[in-house]
Design a protein around this ligand. Sequence first.
Ligand SMILES: [Zn+2]
Length: 324
Amino acid sequence: MSFKDVLGQDRQIEIIKRAIENNRIPHAYLFLGEEGVGKRRTALTLAKALNCWAEPADSCDECGSCRKIINGNHPDVTVVEPEGNSIKINQIREIQRVLKYKPYEGKKKVCIIPNAEKMNLAAANSILKTLEEPSPDIVLILITTSPHLVLSTINSRCQKLKFQPLTNDLISKIIKEKLGKDEDASLKIASLASGSLNRAYELSEGTTLEYRNRLIEKISALSPNNINETFEFAEEMSKEREELVGTLQFLKAWFRDILIFKENCPLGRLINIDFLEEIKRLSGRFTTTDLLGKLRIINDAELALLRNSNKRLTLEVMLGELCQ
Ligand SMILES: [Zn+2]
């Protein structure tokens, strides 16, 4: 995979390529943007491009260096994944120990930290030391969907690159080409994916669309008079999906759609256009203030979950407030 295979991020790729060509790669990047828009793909391509034997500012995917990075066994390229729910200080100390030495066989040592917001405070303070004393042989690439959860002192020491959500046209084209879906299905998946290719792939599996249908049905049926049903639903939700981010995105898209309909915005902006009748019905039931409040409630739950609060309790509180 070379830079041309990172789709929909032309400006960001141009900035990176120019930096490599001019030998002005910053010692630390912070890639930010939604899940599934190409941040990790870009980080790995950059790690390959900085060490490739064949291409001066790209990755050839063929040489020994590129192949080792693809296989995850290049001695100069490290990816630090969370252990459990967080990235811990011993993991950061381990990479700092490795980063102390000159590149072993490559040109640059590259350390990629996806989910950088999951560094606990001790880990974050420790990585700060590496950022404060940069070495010319090292490139750190921090990746996050939630830059506000990354220490501001880290934020300010990295060159930030914001990755844009992919357009519906691009997602639908990729789904059509890669998965052989027909035009209608591809467009529907793209409209529900909110700019994320990962979500589009998930949605293509079928069970995710069924899950959304059931979610809409349930959320529309919740009532403050039946609190037991709300608790049961919270339990079901917390067990059903490992990652709740997608579920909360569905809920946000749902209330956003009702708001869009209520405010007489063009119907083309609706995500769940296949539920138009239900959207229409509910737009009469809620005021604009109600709907904005519900979107805020979901955002608050999303933030709480990112901060590792109790999943079930957070969902209970969220659903309880949503059905008021
Ligand atoms: Zn190569």
